[in-house]
Write a protein that binds this ligand. Structure first.
Ligand SMILES: [Zn+2]
Length: 114
């Protein structure tokens, strides 16, 4: 059944074309949070009263071993960072799908040898 292989290859090609530009990708997730500056007398950070500064954007990246890196992101970079996070997630999703198709294709190729 050669059609099945051709189908799988066509599906794979469609997925490959959807992969975002890998030069843009960023890992992690973007959080929004209030921060305290710890400067004495700051009215924003007053104990039990002040809400702190912000909200500021933080890119939180897991480094493995329960380590997390938190990188503040300027507001004007928000959209760019969001796009890059989305590109990474999309790339990972597509790679998984392509790997799955290649497994099917491997099975199909082995079947055709017999
Ligand atoms: Zn403060």
């Amino acid at each position: 059944m050669k059609d099945k292989s051709a189908q799988l290859i066509a599906s794979r090609e469609k997925l490959v074309q959807q992969i975002p530009d890998p030069s843009t990708i960023l890992p992690g997730s973007l959080l929004s949070r209030m921060v305290r500056c710890n400067k004495p007398g700051c009215r924003f950070c007053e104990k039990d009263k002040g809400k702190g500064h912000g909200p500021i954007l933080i890119l939180s990246v897991s480094l493995g071993d329960r380590q997390v890196r938190q990188i503040p992101v300027p507001g004007e970079m928000k959209k760019e960072v969001e796009d890059s996070l989305r590109a990474f997630a999309q790339t990972q999703k597509l790679l998984k799908q392509i790997a799955g198709l290649n497994l099917e294709l491997l099975k199909e190729r082995k079947r055709q040898r017999q």
